[in-house]
Every structure is written in structure tokens, then in C-alpha cells.
Design a protein around this ligand. Structure first.
Ligand code: MRU
Length: 351
């Protein structure tokens, strides 16, 4: 089976970025080319590339695209321009901290190298850093998969939300990595995938990725999760995250918090899987995480068809925050955080 590749850099310092356009799935597998930050910005905002780690990786390559455009300028001038491009990309989406984490690393390369002979050298260093971010994510995802699969050993069915596989990361994913790794170990789980309203990442992307790997997937509407739990069809819930605070409160796709409440009621373990790049230790309380508000049309005109009267008032937060007390464990590439509390989070993530 060929791996899903959501983000790829083609060529060397004069190369370009390629993104698998996730808005076209599952009907069409289309890869688009990016050569400037403005079109990449649009791709992030419109979710052509999405999922917290994938956004960070794409933005890191975006800094390289920004640098290519000013490669003819002296280093002092080009550095200012590249930092501006990083600031610009950072305004594309507010919740996933991976975006800011990756761009901070790219800014660090610029700031540490003011004395380079010319900007071409800086472009080379930026590309090296972006590739490192990309490779590290690949390794982190595989490690998360190993720890996650161990936690799912007794389960036959699991419930997941949104999309957390290769499309959302560099390769294996976060929550889905646990399921893929379990399959690699000969343990095939029955996955219940929430369709994930309003943009249907579960239906369009997770069901597709699971099919690519011949993992049994049953698609449900988000509102069916309680019934699925009551019927005993799942022994675990596993999701990804877009930002996790120092005490373990976790922002993820809207609907995740409700699932955690349901899992608690049904005494089902609720796992969050995420790499180091998703933790924001500068925030303790989840209420401080900025929640992206998206356009009303995503609800009133889902997939382009009007499903609500004209001028209907809409509330469309793209994420919610699950408090740490509802999370059984957070699965990271450095190990499993359980119980989820500030001491444990800091011990594993800051070490
Ligand atoms: O709005 P999206 O599709 O970017 O939201 C993505 C999610 O909420 C994922 O669950 C999260 O980024 C984890 S991805 C490994």
C-alpha cells in the first residue's frame, strides 16, 4: 500500500511545495503545486492542507518559499522580509499551536544567522530546518503509534473523531497511528468514525484513509456516538489534538469535548494522541486557547447545498477544549501521560 503524502517538498533550494488537496477527497486525489506564501495561506485557510502537524510542516516550507522570493536581496533586508512572511503565515489559523511552533523554528534560523554571505545560504538553512521538522514529525508519529497500540491491545472497537492520519501529519498520524500500528502488529480494530460535522473530515478523510489500509471502518453521524457506546461497540475513544495546555486540557475538532463527556458516562477510556509540537506549556488553562470561528456557510451551505433559511444566525466554532479530568491518558512520542495533570505533562514534555 502506498503511503498517503499530504505535504512534500520537490527539488532542492529552488524547488517547490506540493500539497494533496484535501478538499477534493474522497472523490479526487489531486496534488497542487505552491510557489508563494499567498497561495499557501489560502490553502491553509480553506483546509486544502489541514491537521495540526501538517499545517506546521506546510508553513515551515512556506517560509522557504518566502525566502526564495527575496534571495536576491542582501541578508539584512531579506531576513526582515522572511520574518514578515512567517508573521503572515501565522495569521492563517489560530488554534493549532503546531503552526506557531514550526514558524518559531524557522524564525530562529533567520535570527541565528545574520552574518551569512548571501541569502541563498539562508534559503538552504531554512530548507534544512523545514525538512528536519518534517522528518521529526514522521518519527514522532511512529513512536506515538507504538505507545498507542499498546493501550488498545484489549479493545476490539474504537471510536475516533475528525482525521488524524497521514493526511493530517507527515505519515502515520497521531490517533490513527495507534490503529495503523495495531494493524501492523496483527491486531485489526473495528473503527467507528464520526463523520465530523460540519466539514466531514471523518467521512471524507478518515473513512478514506482506513479504506486505503483495509481497516474496517463504520461511519456514523456525530450524534450516534452515545448509542454506539451504550451498545458496547467500542472499548476506547482515541482522538488527536490541536493544542494541549500544561495541565493537559486539549483543544481538538468541535465535538471532541462531547465525546469525552459521553466516554466518562459509559466508563470508556478516552485517549488523546499528540506529539510535542502540539503542546503549549505557556498556557495552563484550556480556556486560554484561541478557538477558531469559521464561516456560517459551512453550516448553512454544507458542500454547497443550502440547508437552512436565508439569514439564519450561525455559531461555528471549529474546535472545543476537553478538560484534562476527562482524559484517561495523553499518548506522546515520549511516552504516555497518565494521570493527566500538570506535573506529569511537564515531566514528559519539558524533559
Ligand atoms: O480543522 P482541521 O481539520 O485542521 O482540524 C484537525 C483536527 O482537529 C485534528 O483532530 C487535529 O489537528 C489532530 S491531527 C493529527
Amino acid at each position: 500500500m502506498s503511503e498517503v503524502v499530504s505535504v512534500a517538498w520537490k527539488g532542492d533550494v529552488d524547488g517547490h511545495l506540493e500539497l494533496l488537496d484535501q478538499t477534493m477527497l474522497p472523490l479526487c486525489v489531486e496534488v497542487k503545486t505552491y510557489q508563494d506564501t499567498a497561495t499557501l495561506f489560502e490553502a491553509i485557510v480553506s483546509l486544502r492542507v489541514r491537521g495540526a502537524p501538517a499545517i506546521g510542516i506546510a508553513a515551515a516550507y512556506g517560509a522557504v518559499l518566502g525566502a526564495q522570493k527575496v534571495a536576491h536581496l542582501p541578508i539584512a533586508e531579506s531576513s526582515m522580509e522572511i520574518l514578515k512572511e512567517c508573521d503572515y503565515l501565522a495569521t492563517s489559523r489560530p488554534t493549532a499551536v503546531n503552526l506557531f511552533w514550526a514558524l518559531d523554528r524557522m524564525r530562529g534560523v533567520v535570527r541565528r544567522n545574520p552574518g551569512l554571505r548571501d541569502t541563498h545560504e539562508l534559503v538552504r538553512l531554512l530548507l534544512r530546518e523545514a525538512r528536519l521538522i518534517h522528518d521529526e514529525d514522521r518519527q514522532m508519529c511512529h513512536a506515538i503509534g507504538e505507545f498507542g497500540a499498546a493501550l488498545l491491545r484489549e479493545a476490539t472497537g474504537v471510536l475516533t473523531h475528525c482525521n488524524t492520519g497521514g493526511l493530517a501529519t507527515s505519515e502515520y498520524g497521531t490517533a490513527l497511528s495507534a490503529i495503523f500500528t495495531a494493524q501492523d502488529q496483527g491486531h485489526v480494530l473495528q473503527v467507528y468514525a464520526d463523520e465530523t460535522r460540519p466539514l466531514l473530515q471523518g467521512a471524507r478523510l478518515t473513512a478514506w484513509e482506513l479504506q486505503q489500509r483495509q481497516i474496517p471502518c463504520t461511519l456514523i453521524c456525530d450524534s450516534m456516538a452515545a448509542q454506539v457506546m451504550r451498545e458496547g461497540r467500542v472499548q476506547a475513544v482515541i482522538v488527536g489534538a490541536d493544542r494541549i495546555t500544561a495541565r493537559g486540557d486539549a483543544a481538538n475538532k468541535i465535538g471532541t469535548y462531547g465525546l469525552a463527556v459521553l466516554a466518562k458516562y459509559h466508563s470508556i477510556p478516552f485517549y488523546v494522541a499528540a506529539p510535542r509540537s502540539t503542546f503549549d506549556l505557556s498556557i495552563v488553562d484550556g480556556s486560554q486557547i484561541p478557538i477558531e470561528q469559521r464561516k456560517s456557510a459551512e453550516i448553512t451551505h454544507g458542500l454547497g447545498v443550502q440547508t437552512a433559511p436565508n439569514d439564519t444566525t450561525v455559531y461555528n466554532p471549529a474546535f472545543d477544549v476537553t478538560p484534562s479530568e476527562l482524559i484517561t491518558a495523553i499518548i506522546t512520542e515520549r511516552g504516555v501521560i497518565a494521570p493527566v495533570c500538570e506535573d506529569r505533562v511537564r515531566a514528559i514534555i519539558s524533559s
